[in-house]
Every structure is written in structure tokens, then in C-alpha cells.
Write a protein that binds this ligand. Structure first.
Ligand SMILES: O=C(CO)COP(=O)(O)O
Length: 256
């Protein structure tokens, strides 16, 4: 089964009104392949979401970086899936390692967010990843599989088509130390096998698993050639014109 490539630009907590406008202009003028060849999402900070949505070419999907697990109500400072939906947002990244490590989000909370966002009709991008010491100790799958279990427990069979799994080793995020193509491939193959055993063969074949962590225009080409790498979740390079190169590289690799 061929899986349509998927590339996300996670802008994290970056940008000014002026820099966001400049980035939108760059993306609108870029020659990224069309929607039939690659899904491309951009995830600005919540405060810029509606502005980006109203000014970016609809070829790009606009995503939130997080949502709450409660819905509307007395939850100061948070954003419910319902209000994101009302603002026209259709996709949400959940459980990024920065949410896990800096904001101390647990697997349980991440699972609750996934369940609510899916219930509200969102496409969701749950993130998983191991720390350096865990990889060095040979414990990568011991970390990733429980993270996957907490995600899978909150996805109904018919909802899997709205899930993209982002594998982002924490040691590769923002460090310039990208996983080797073999490391990304081996880990994502293991994840797909876990899904085959614990969800279904069908979901394992169809679900997109993307890699994140120091992806750039130069290294995205070889990573794209790995069979279990269906795309990327990009941080730093998504704020630069080379984001379009990354999209082009995966679209070309997967069209062959
Ligand atoms: O965390 C990431 C995307 O969500 C990756 O960030 P970098 O591409 O800056 O390493």
C-alpha cells in the first residue's frame, strides 16, 4: 500500500507578526508539490493560528501545536479542540517531547487529548521519542512501545485514518544531530510491527509514521528513501525557505 507523504512544520513558540507574514509569503510563493503528492501542514503558535489560516495558500493545512483534554470551561490558559475547530483548525499535534518534558504531560493526559481531538473530528499527530540515555542503554523500544500503547488505547478503529505518528528522538530535536537513515528506518519499522501486532495489519500498512529531529534540506533526501519513513515533522528548518526543499525531497522519493 502506498502512503501519501506528509510533512509538518512545527513553528514552536517562535515568530513575530512580521516574521510570520514573511514566512507565509515565502510558503505561498514556493513551488512545493501539490496536495495530491504530499500533505503539508504548518503549526504556528496558537496566537497566530487564525491569521495564518486566513492568509496562507489553502494548499497548506494549518495545525495547532497542542489542545486541552477537557473542552471548554474553567481551564485558564488552555485551548479546547472545540474552539480550535470553531476557528477552522483541523489538525493538532499532541504530546510533543517539549510538552512531555517541559510541561510534564503524561501518557495519560496525552491519551485524553488524543481521544477528545479525534472525537471532535481532528486529524491528530501524536509524538513519541526516546532520550539519548535510553537509546544508549538499548531501551529505545521499551520507551516507545508504552508511548504507542497509550496512544493506541485512545484511537478507535475507524479513527486511525486521521492519525499520523511522529517519531522524534529527543536527542535529535534542535541539536543538529539527526538520526541516521538506518536508525530512523529501523525504529519506524519496529513501530509499524508493534502496530501490526497490537492494532491491526491493515492500520500498520496504512498509517503514516514520520520522522522528526534536525531534519533539513540536505539530510531529508536520504531519509526520504527509507521505506518506513513517510515524511517529516520539522522544527527549525520549517521557519526557512528550505522547508520547501524537504517537501520536494520526500515527494520525489515516494513517487518513484
Ligand atoms: O521538534 C521538532 C519538530 O516537532 C524537530 O525540531 P528540529 O527540526 O528543530 O530539530
Amino acid at each position: 500500500m502506498s502512503r501519501k507523504p506528509w510533512v509538518g512544520g512545527n513553528w514552536k513558540c517562535n515568530g513575530t507578526k512580521a516574521s510570520v507574514d514573511a514566512l507565509i509569503k515565502t510558503l505561498n510563493e514556493s513551488d512545493v508539490p501539490d496536495k495530491t503528492k504530499c500533505d503539508v501542514i504548518v503549526a504556528p503558535s496558537h496566537i497566530f493560528l487564525t491569521h495564518v489560516l486566513s492568509t496562507i495558500n489553502p494548499r497548506f493545512v494549518v495545525s495547532a501545536q497542542d489542545c486541552n483534554q477537557f473542552g471548554n470551561g474553567a481551564y485558564t490558559g488552555s485551548h479546547s479542540p472545540q474552539m480550535l475547530k470553531d476557528c477552522g483548525i483541523t489538525t493538532v499535534i499532541i504530546g510533543h517531547s517539549e510538552r512531555r518534558d517541559v510541561f510534564r504531560e503524561t501518557d495519560e493526559e496525552i491519551g485524553q487529548k488524543i481521544a477528545l481531538a479525534l472525537k471532535e473530528g481532528f486529524d491528530v499527530v501524536p509524538c513519541i521519542g526516546e532520550h539519548l540515555a535510553e537509546r544508549q542503554a538499548g531501551k529505545t523500544n521499551d520507551v516507545l512501545f508504552p508511548q504507542m500503547k497509550a496512544i493506541a488505547a485512545n484511537v478507535k478503529p475507524e479513527e486511525w485514518s486521521r492519525v499520523v505518528i511522529a517519531y522524534e528522538p529527543v536527542w535529535a530535536i534542535g541539536t543538529g544531530v539527526v538520526a541516521t537513515p538506518q536508525q530512523a528506518q529501523d525504529t519506524q519499522k519496529d513501530l509499524r510491527e508493534w502496530i501490526a501486532k497490537n492494532v491491526s495489519e491493515e492500520v500498520a500498512k496504512s498509517v503514516r509514521i514520520v520522522y522528526g529531529g534536525s531534519v533539513n534540506g540536505a539530510n531529508s533526501s536520504e531519509l526520504s528513501s527509507q521505506p518506513d519513513v513517510d515524511g517529516f515533522l520539522v522544527g527549525g528548518a520549517s521557519l526557512k525557505p528550505e522547508f520547501a526543499t524537504i517537501v520536494k525531497n520526500i515527494a520525489i522519493a515516494k513517487s518513484q
